[in-house]
Structure formats: C-alpha cells, structure tokens
Design a protein around this ligand. Structure first.
Ligand code: GLC
Length: 642
C-alpha cells in the first residue's frame, strides 16, 4: 500500500476495522469524530444535519432517484428480485456518497463490510445518519471543490476500475433457458440472418451438469471445445455463468477437493454449512480465505482451456434458498401449526415461518470465514462475499490465461470489487419504471468505480413488450455493459422475434457506430478516475436547474442523453443547460440535426428514434458498424461536430 498523496482525505477509525481490500492507498488516521458529523456512542450512529439545498449522490446500486435524499438505504447484499421503491437493499454495497449543496461539497466512504444503514432524511427529513450494525468502521471524509474532484480523490483511494476486453462493449444476448448448443446456434443464426450485430451469447445455469460449477452437460453440449471454436468463427464469445454454491455430491472434484482441504464455510461446530441453491444442497467456498480463493479461482481453467474468455458470477450475496439447519426448524414449527386453528394472527405467523426459509438473516449468522487468519462470523463481513468471489477469479486469470483479457462481472459487489470486474444490476423486471431506474442507477455505480455496468435490457422478470424493449435498447446503447437478458418462463425477447426488426437492427448498429466514442470515453474515465455517466449537475455547477434533473445524463465528455422511458410517448421534455446540437438518430447513417438554444424544449422522438445532444466544441465520431466489435474500423470515422 502506498500513501495517498491526497491531502483532502481524512480517515477516522471506530472499533477494529477489517482490512476489507476496498482501499489501496494508505492514509494515516485522524483522531476524534469525522468532520461535519456528530457521533452517538450509545447507538453507534453518525449524523450530519443536511443543509436545505444539500443533495446526496452515490451509494451505487440502489433504488430511487439520482439524488438519494429522502429514503433509507441499507448496505446488505440481498438476493431480492423485487426492486420496488420501498426496498432498502439490493445486491450491492457501495458505501460512497457525495453531499452537495451546489457550493459546499464533501464525500464520505464507510469501509465496513457488515450491514450499514444510511438514513438520508427518512427518519428526520434534515438528518443524514449512518449506522453500522457492528461499528468496526474506517470512516473517510473527502473534501474538494466539486463532486468530480472528490470522486477522483476517492477513486485514487480505492484503485483503478476494471477494463474489459473491447468486444465486451458489443451487444450480448442472454436468456435463462438456452439449454443446448442447438438453442445457442439458433440465437446466433437469428441475429446473423437479420444482420443485427452480436458479440456475446451468455450461457445460464443450464449448460452445467446438474448445476455443478465448472462442468458441462455432455449431452446438451457434446464437444464443447469445438462448439466454442465454432461460435468464435461466427465472431461470438460464449459467456458462461458461475454460481457461488458448490454442489454436495460424492465424486464431484470441486466438492471433494473443497471438503478435503477445508475450503468451505464452516459453522460454529466446525462442520461445513449446508445450504441449498440451484444444484440442491451446496457448500459455500470460503473466498475470504486466501488459499480457498486461489483454489476456486484456478477452477475457471476448465473453461478458459476450452476457449472461454468471459464469465458472470452469480448468486454470490450469497443467495440461500434454505439452510439444512433452518429448514429443520421450519418443519418443526409447521408441525406445531398443524395442531392449531389458524386465526388471522396465526395465519400471518404461519406465513412468516414458511417465508423465512430463503435468505434468512439468522442463516447469515450460522457460518464463518477464515479472513486474514481469523475466524470471522459471516454477517460481520457479509458484503465482501461477492467481491472476493470475483477477486478470486480475476486474480487467477493472470495465472491461467495470462495472455487474455477476460470479461468478468458479478451480481453482488462491495466497494473495491470495481478493480476486478463489472456488475450487472440483477433481476429487474420488464417495467417502464425499471428502465428509469437503470438510468438513475448509472451515476451512483460510476462514482463507486463500477464503470463496466448495466442492467438486463428489456427486463429480466415478467413479460416485455416491443416498445419497452426498443426504448430500453435506446438507452442501453450508451451503457458499457449492453446485455439483453430474461428469466425462464417469460416472453422471449431476442430482438429478431419482434416485428420491427429493421428498427432494432438500426439501433444495435448505432451502438456499434458509437463504440469508438464509448470505448474512448470509458477508458478516459477508468484511467483518470472519472465518470463515464454523470448527472448534469456535476458538470454544470452554476445551473440551478441541472440539480433536479433525474432523467438526462452526460455520457462521456461530448454527449448528453435524454432517453424516452415512458409508454406511448413520442417525445419528451429536455432541458439544455447550454446550446447543443441535437442529433436525432434513426440509424447511424440516418439522422437529422438541429442546434438548439439553452433552455426547455419539447423534443419529438418516435419509437425508433434516439436523442443525442452534442455539447459545444465537441465532436461525435461515428464508425461504420460491423457484425462484431473486432471488425469495426476504428480509424475511419465520420464526425458530427458542434
Ligand atoms: C439469478 C440471476 C439471473 C439468472 C438466474 C438463473 O436469478 O440473477 O440473471 O438468469 O439466476 O441462473
């Protein structure tokens, strides 16, 4: 670790903070209570009285708007597919935020891997409070003249963001339910036939033998290695899923080795915890134990040797369908209920008992890690699990395939994981409100270093519609991770299945035309600890109006985007903080443009039209699209300038 040169960061410590791996620079600690905060030692609560104009940005992957003020957020990685506004926890814990009243601005990072509650004006409209469940906390306060300056300092503290291979900026098709090589060939052919560019097809859990990590079902995928090659000649990378739980099955090498070496998470009595996920009963590898982590990471070699160059790590909160121990308790209680008459309260109690099977908070207290040589109960470091799973894989890639750049992203995350991989935002739904949520999540993710991120385009759960899909693609064009994914049993949403095939082709081609721009801006953000997707107020500091804009973003240094995210709308209001050149794209080579003055505008955008606003003095380079990213000529570019 090196000393951070940045004199604007102060670190305070409470209790015995864990070395979480979030931070890469050393900062000497300052004694006392963090600047600007009060501390109530009885309740372990830090509080700050918000000024009237304070807005709060950050916290990464959370519900609600870009300005987080007015709700309560709990960093407690949760496998919860219902991303309603009233949820407090999703899959990620990214504990950095910025408070900004337009002039006075500061940042806070809470390095605590257990549950942390950020009450941002929920209990008391004017108070921002931070309450770690276990107050073993490194509390960082970052000062600076502007949000972007503070974000740069913070990112110097946590290290540079992961950069995926360039093909990972292409379009990817995924679905839970592609069962065979044949199914995947069909998807590739469907896209090829219509000339819709495609770089990746994702393989969900069905490719495995009985959902066992690092196995391939030989009946569904005979001669897997050749299949990987065949797809590569089509220009397509196959990207398999890896789940956290290891199936308990005698003779299965991952299980046997993990068991023999004591690499699984153990209960108080020293026995391996038995939980259940897709494969049925599983053990959880102890990714926090260095040796176990090294061992699991090297298992990816089974797939990299077969030519695989990308992965998504899933169910790594970890998600628990049930534990063997709690299931016994539930069955015992259910027997008791069987003898009783269920009145209304009895009915609710009964429902609670049965509903307590999955992701039960008590279950997260039943097992332990060996972390830096110490036995640590899981709930104290819960939010590190997905981070360390991804770190385990990423560190092993340097050994098992040093010449390759590997695509890696994860569902669960914690600050610091951004050095090892990206994230997708989990099981959203095919709802218009979730398209807006995708737009609003991007700045928080970027602030926390998760530049390579995106949502399931079209929505994972529920049935999508053609217009929702089209509007979502129109926004997804700008997100670094651009993947269409949906759940088993939902309406099929590969783009070639819809009526407006040409429109979809034009939109995906537009993404490919924009790749030189998107990639360059992404790399700039990664290298200079900046943001690729930003709220307007981070740049237009003097413009009061920008402070409340929740549905327009800056994408890189040249563009502002204003996606349409409502049903049956053929236009929208857009606020321009300065004169800009509107480019209304129907295709990369079919657009009209117009210079618009600063101010409010109602701008038409038919269902197949994408609104892009070019800032003064900037240029938008456009490539000629190709079927895959690698085939794009990134040197020969047309330019739209303003
Ligand atoms: C989880 C993932 C989802 C995946 C499914 C089956 O719900 O979030 O993306 O399709 O598991 O593996």
């Amino acid at each position: 670790m090196e000393y951070a040169h940045n004199k604007y960061i102060k670190k305070y410590e409470f209790g015995n903070p864990y070395d979480t791996g979030a931070v890469v620079a050393r900062i000497d600690k300052t004694a006392g209570i963090p600047d600007r905060f009060r501390f109530d030692a009885e309740t372990d609560t830090f509080s700050y009285t918000m000024k009237e104009k304070d807005m709060v940005f950050g916290l990464g992957e959370t519900v609600r708007g870009i300005n987080k003020r007015g709700w309560i957020y709990v960093s407690n990685n949760s496998d919860d597919p219902v991303h309603d506004e009233n949820k407090t926890s999703l899959y990620a814990s990214q504990n950095f935020f910025v408070v900004d009243d337009g002039k006075d601005v500061f940042g806070v990072f809470i390095d605590n891997p257990g549950s942390v509650t950020f009450d941002i004006g929920y209990t008391d409209a004017n108070v921002l409070s931070i309450h770690p469940e276990y107050n073993d906390t490194s509390f960082y306060v970052i000062e600076g003249a502007s949000p972007l300056e503070i974000i740069r300092s913070f990112r110097e503290l946590i290290g540079k963001s992961y950069i995926p291979p360039i093909w990972a900026f292409g379009y990817g098709q995924s679905r839970w339910g592609y069962k065979t090589a044949g199914d995947i060939r069909e998807v590739a052919a469907g896209y090829k036939e219509l000339g819709i560019p495609l770089d990746m097809i994702y393989m969900d859990i069905d490719y495995m033998q009985d959902f066992k990590d690092f196995t391939i079902n030989p009946e569904r995928f005979p001669d897997f290695e050749n299949f990987v090659k065949e797809m590569k000649t089509e220009g397509i990378h196959l990207v398999p899923i890896i789940d956290a739980g290891v199936k308990i099955e005698e003779g299965y090498d991952v299980y046997e080795e993990g068991k023999a070496n004591g690499y699984f998470c153990k209960k108080e009595n020293g026995e391996d915890l038995v939980a259940a996920v897709w494969p049925g009963k599983v053990h959880f590898p102890d990714f926090l134990n260095e040796e176990a982590s090294r061992w699991f990471g090297e298992k990816y070699k089974v797939l990299t040797d077969a030519g695989i160059e990308g992965f998504w790590n899933d169910m790594n909160e970890p998600a628990i369908f049930y534990t063997e121990d709690h299931l016994k308790e539930v069955f015992a209680q259910v027997k008791e209920f069987e003898q009783k008459e269920l009145d209304i309260w009895g009915f609710f109690d009964f429902k609670d008992v049965v509903g307590s099977i999955a992701n039960n908070p008590e279950d997260y207290r039943r097992f332990y890690h060996e972390f830096h040589g110490q036995k640590v109960r899981h709930d104290r470091v819960h939010n590190l699990y997905g981070f360390y799973m991804t770190k385990s894989a990423s560190e092993s890639f340097e050994k098992i395939c040093p010449d390759k750049q590997i695509l890696m992203f994860s569902r669960a995350s914690y600050t610091g994981m951004h050095r090892y991989g990206g994230v997708w935002t989990g099981d959203n739904c095919s709802r218009w409100s979730h398209l807006l949520m995708n737009i609003q999540m991007m700045p928080g993710l970027n602030m926390n270093g998760f530049l390579y991120s995106g949502a399931d385009i079209g929505g994972f759960g529920g049935n999508t519609t053609e217009d929702l899909m089209m509007r979502w693609v129109e926004f997804g064009i700008f997100t670094p991770l651009f993947r269409n994914h949906s759940a088993l049993g939902t309406r099929e949403q590969e783009l070639y299945r819809f009526d407006r095939k040409e429109d979809f082709r034009h939109l995906i081609e537009l993404r490919y035309a924009l790749i030189p721009y998107i990639y360059e801006e992404f790399i700039k953000a990664a290298e200079h600890n900046g943001m690729y997707m930003m709220p307007l107020s981070f740049v237009y500091r003097e413009d009061e109006r920008c402070r409340e804009i929740e549905d327009q973003l800056l994408a890189g240094e040249a563009l502002m985007i204003a996606p349409v995210y409502e049903q049956n709308k053929t236009g929208r209001y857009v606020y321009l903080p300065e004169a800009m050149r509107l480019v209304r794209f129907r295709a990369y080579n079919d657009y009209d443009t117009e210079v618009l003055p600063k101010g409010d505008h109602y701008i038409k955008a038919a269902l197949n039209e994408v609104l892009v606003f070019l800032r003064p003095g900037k240029e938008l380079p456009l490539a000629t699209p190709a079927r895959q990213v690698d085939r794009i000529n990134r040197k020969e570019l047309q330019r739209i300038s303003f």
